[in-house]
Design a protein around this ligand. Structure first.
Ligand code: AMP
Length: 285
């Protein structure tokens, strides 16, 4: 059965508040649509925990920079509805930009420090847009549980921090990155890749696998790992634009020189017109 489609924020909130009053548990997966297995895996994580599962499909204009892909971001609501049905989602909340950002909208949420590294400098205002829309969607959907993907590790950390700092009574669940069979992290943006670019896009995962191997073999210097990953990307991709390859601690996302404790290796590479990101979590003594 197709999920119920709700477009009005007031109608969504009214329904959620009524369910909450009946003691129901609401699970929520915010997305920008053009769904793939990665999104569905988050719905499946929440399904057993909740009575009502809500997915939002909203291409959030305020998280895109002026030169980014807002206008061409892929959309296919009919297909998304079918996929949501497969994952037993009850409601798809699909508001218009005018519904979410009326003309006199003036409030934003800004999370500091965690937004300063990795994607932060390359996408000014991006995480402010993300935190604002997620905070606002939480108020509309009223979930007790919300799921985010490790694929966007910095985003998940920013949301966890926002929820803690603002005392939002919501449990954040982070699901693992789903990959294509050749290792490329699933992403709605992968459809932009031309056939040759698509083949080369596996380089991000190969670079992370190389880092993993070096760490297993005892390498503990971040610069050695970054240099090896950079060389691999340069070898496997025609004219890549490497925005960053960074080794950062998992608490504050500060760069590490020596590998210690829990850390993330994350990278962003542009292949042709497509910006790809990926990451892997590590822990060493
Ligand atoms: P998006 O529609 O790209 O904004 O993503 C919506 C949610 O799905 C975010 O929490 C993402 O981190 C998550 N997500 C995107 N790609 C994947 C993936 N390959 N595996 C797991 N989760 C993902």
């Amino acid at each position: 059965m197709l999920p119920l489609l709700i477009q009005s924020a007031a109608a969504m909130q009214e329904r959620s508040l009524a369910l909450r009053a009946q003691g129901k548990r609401i699970g929520f997966v915010p997305t920008m649509g053009y769904l793939h297995e990665g999104h569905l895996s988050l719905m499946r994580l929440l399904r057993p925990r909740c009575d009502m599962l809500v997915t939002s499909i909203f291409v959030n204009p305020i998280q895109f920079g002026a030169n980014e892909d807002l206008a061409r971001y892929p959309r296919d609501l009919q297909r998304d509805m079918q996929l949501c049905a497969q994952a037993e989602c009850d409601i798809v909340f699909h508001p218009t930009a005018e519904e979410i950002y009326p003309k006199n909208f003036r409030t934003h949420i800004e999370v500091s420090e965690l937004t300063e590294n990795l994607c932060g400098p390359f996408r000014p205002g991006h995480f402010r847009g993300v935190a604002t829309v997620v905070g606002l969607l939480f108020n509309i959907v009223q979930p007790q549980f919300a799921a985010f993907g490790q694929k966007d590790a910095q985003q998940a950390l920013v949301i966890e921090r926002m929820v803690r700092d603002l005392h939002m009574p919501i449990e954040i669940i982070v699901g693992p990155t789903l990959r294509e069979s050749d290792g490329l992290a699933m992403s709605s943006r992968n459809v932009y890749l031309q056939p040759e670019e698509r083949k080369q896009a596996t380089a991000l995962y190969h670079a992370l696998q190389l880092a993993e191997k070096m760490i297993t073999e005892g390498v503990r210097r971040a610069d050695e790992i970054v240099a090896a990953m950079t060389a691999l990307i340069m070898r496997e991709v025609t004219a890549p634009v490497i925005e960053y390859i960074s080794v950062v601690d998992r608490e504050r996302l500060h760069p590490l020189e020596a590998l210690r404790g829990k850390f993330v290796i994350a990278l962003a590479v542009r292949i042709g017109k497509t910006r790809l990101i990926d990451n892997m979590f590590f822990e060493v003594a």
